[in-house]
Design a protein around this ligand. Sequence first.
Ligand SMILES: Nc1ncnc2c1ncn2[C@@H]1O[C@H](COP(=O)(O)OP(=O)(O)OP(=O)(O)O)[C@@H](O)[C@H]1O
Ligand SMILES: [Mg+2]
Length: 238
Amino acid sequence: MTGPLLFRAERIAKRFGGFTALDSVDFEVSAGERVGLIGPNGSGKSTLVGCASGSLRNNEGAIWFEGRRIDRLSPHKRVRAGLVRSFQLPRPFRGLTIAENLRVPLFFAGRAGRDSRAIDEALDFVGLSARRDTMPADLTQVDLRKLDLARATVAEPRLLFVDEAMAGLSQSEVDEILALLMRMNARGVAIVMIEHIMRAVTSFSQRLVVLVAGRKIADGDPTKVLADADVQRAYLGE
Ligand SMILES: Nc1ncnc2c1ncn2[C@@H]1O[C@H](COP(=O)(O)OP(=O)(O)OP(=O)(O)O)[C@@H](O)[C@H]1O
Ligand SMILES: [Mg+2]
């Protein structure tokens, strides 16, 4: 079920030097919604996630989360407000165990002090309890993705941007991550899935948004969006 408007980016522009990575992009997410964000390589998807999460600063436009303007807030303040991202390349802390890795986002989210129970719950939720004392180097690719989702979980997000959490995984591993994201969503977390694996993103998403060369060219019902001639030409036909 989707609820009231949770996140709104309005006329976002982001430039890197003279290059325009995002050009007047509007992007909205409702509470509890599952949105797929697709587009060819270099179309600006991760840049949009960066502007939303605060690792990048938009040059133009404005971003609201739960009615509050956030586009000049630091990344950790956005996390504390409930806006969390995962990264395209997992970045665990190599010198820390799996459980210790989760202390860092807890601290970042302002929840240190309640840590051991929250960590146990997150590890259990993603199915990594048995590996809590393992080092990241000993995890498989799919378990690293689960660790990344556990790190997101401990921050108690209301909105999660998942930037290509399934790249390089087998079909059954893709299904595991999909099921995990569906369970997060069932707990009320709105999720924006950035993904090139079309089977995964179309089965997951209630709405699809398509970026091409920094511009939004479609936004709506997945079946209609995928049937759109512009989308087929610009994206699927490439
Ligand atoms: N920090 C940066 N400095 C300069 N250019 C950048 C930077 N980050 C991204 N870009 C450029 O902006 C464009 C959009 O990149 P972005 O990473 O947002 O694409 P994407 O849609 O996530 O692609 P992919 O599907 O390959 O992950 C690309 O041309 C990229 O080279
Ligand atoms: Mg990207």
